[in-house]
Design a protein around this ligand. Structure first.
Ligand code: SF4
Ligand code: SF4
Length: 389
């Protein structure tokens, strides 16, 4: 659920021989998490996975968990964390997911949460006790200025107290953000304007810096508002391939059993294929990035009518917007109405006439990711979308 701070290379990833075929594979899995849902009560401006109250609902099923666990075991992983979305939107589903991990002999490092559910203290106490009894390693409790736009920071603090009482480990992510927030009312959410006034006018970019944010998902809007822009030619000059697409340093598996590379969100492949071998040619966009980086992706997209802007804040930002285009969303984020600047209708059709609505052309693109990334903060004065849950 975070904009992940860490990536560690797996040593066994890359091309491997499978009989007479050479296939891409992650090799052994190193450190990962299971995203039990994409739905969240919040729509944080830094969310790498673009979760929100408007994301498709759904929660990981027992059957999908069992299948994921079997593949994780093949990938030799001993433990994972659970995140979302907000895992506590379906506590029974969360308990089921934890039970499946236990059944498979996979340890649970921690469960991520933004603590919104602690509004009901009696229920929260019961949940914490249940998790303690289930052996859920710890809670990772979100606390930072971005979350404070959706969840009063008193709730994470109250959850920490409940964990203390129950003897369940926890950590605040991140503790360092607490002190600056203390002068604000802890029982209410706070708008961007309030936070700019109370913390500092540039708290959004400053928080991104303190986090060491990976730019992707909804965080592209932060980069676009605050980052410098670089000419396209400079970004493409000696642009490297993207072997980290097969890194398992901080990968995730979503509720549909898809592997999401660390950092490069919006791309996903079935976990079983990522571990057992990716069929050559099945995911051309993924292969283009892996082998040739963003320059190869641009070549692929140009053939489908993508016309780049003159400048972008980073290669990964350019990559995001190309993928947004290929998924059926507008590259600039300003034009989600279905019209491109020339008046062509982009809602389901690319300029070649290919129907992007049916299948989108690339199975490795999660089209909801792009729509949700661009929905909330793509303009400076857009309206906040606070959730009342
Ligand atoms: S709490 Fe915020 S960062 Fe976490 S999943 Fe929800 S929207 Fe994303
Ligand atoms: S250019 Fe794209 S695929 Fe490569 S690291 Fe950046 S986001 Fe990931």
């Amino acid at each position: 659920m975070f904009n992940d701070p860490e990536t560690v290379q797996s040593s066994a990833k890359g091309r491997m021989m499978f009989g007479e075929f050479i296939m891409l594979t992650t090799g052994n899995l190193y450190h990962g998490g299971i995203m039990v849902n994409y739905r969240c009560n919040a729509a944080c401006r830094h969310c790498l996975y673009a979760c929100s109250p408007t994301r498709t609902s759904g929660y990981i099923s027992r059957e999908t968990m069992a299948g994921i666990c079997a593949t994780l075991r093949r990938g030799s992983i001993g433990s994972v964390h659970i995140g979302g979305g907000e895992p506590f939107l379906d506590f029974e589903g969360l308990v089921t997911a934890i039970a499946e991990l236990k059944q498979a002999g996979i340890d649970l490092d921690y469960v991520e949460t933004n603590a919104f559910w602690v509004q009901d203290v009696c229920l929260a106490r019961e949940y914490v006790r249940t998790l303690k009894d289930l052996g859920a390693g710890a809670l990772c409790i979100s606390l930072d200025p971005y979350h404070t736009e959706y969840v009063p920071y008193g709730l994470p603090l109250r959850l920490a107290q409940l964990c203390d009482t129950a003897g369940l480990d926890y950590f605040l992510w991140k503790q360092q953000f607490l002190r600056p927030l203390l002068g604000l009312e802890s029982s209410s959410v706070h708008s961007r304007e309030e936070l700019e006034k109370h913390l500092r006018p540039d708290y959004i970019s400053a928080t991104a810096g303190d986090y060491g944010l990976r730019i992707g998902g909804r965080a592209v809007n932060i980069e676009e508002e605050y980052g410098p822009s670089w000419p396209l030619a400079k970004l493409l000059h000696k642009a490297p391939p993207c072997p980290d697409l097969l890194s398992t340093g901080h990968f995730h598996v979503d509720l549909e059993g898809c592997f999401i590379p660390p950092g490069c969100t919006g791309l996903r492949l079935p976990l079983a294929e990522a571990v057992d071998g990716i069929p050559p040619g099945k995911y051309p966009l993924f292969e283009a990035l892996y082998e040739g980086g963003v320059a190869a992706l641009l070549d692929l997209a140009a053939g489908r009518g993508f016309v780049p802007e003159e400048s972008y804040p980073s290669r990964c930002n350019l990559c995001f917007h190309i993928r947004a285009f290929l998924s059926g969303e507008d590259p600039s984020g300003e034009n989600l109405s279905g019209k491109d600047p020339s008046g062509e209708n982009l809602s389901g059709k690319d300029p070649s006439g290919k129907n992007l609505e049916e299948g989108k052309g690339f199975a490795e693109l999660d089209e909801n990711h792009y729509a949700e990334s661009l929905k909330y903060y793509s303009r400076r004065d857009c309206e906040n979308h606070h959730c009342d849950s």
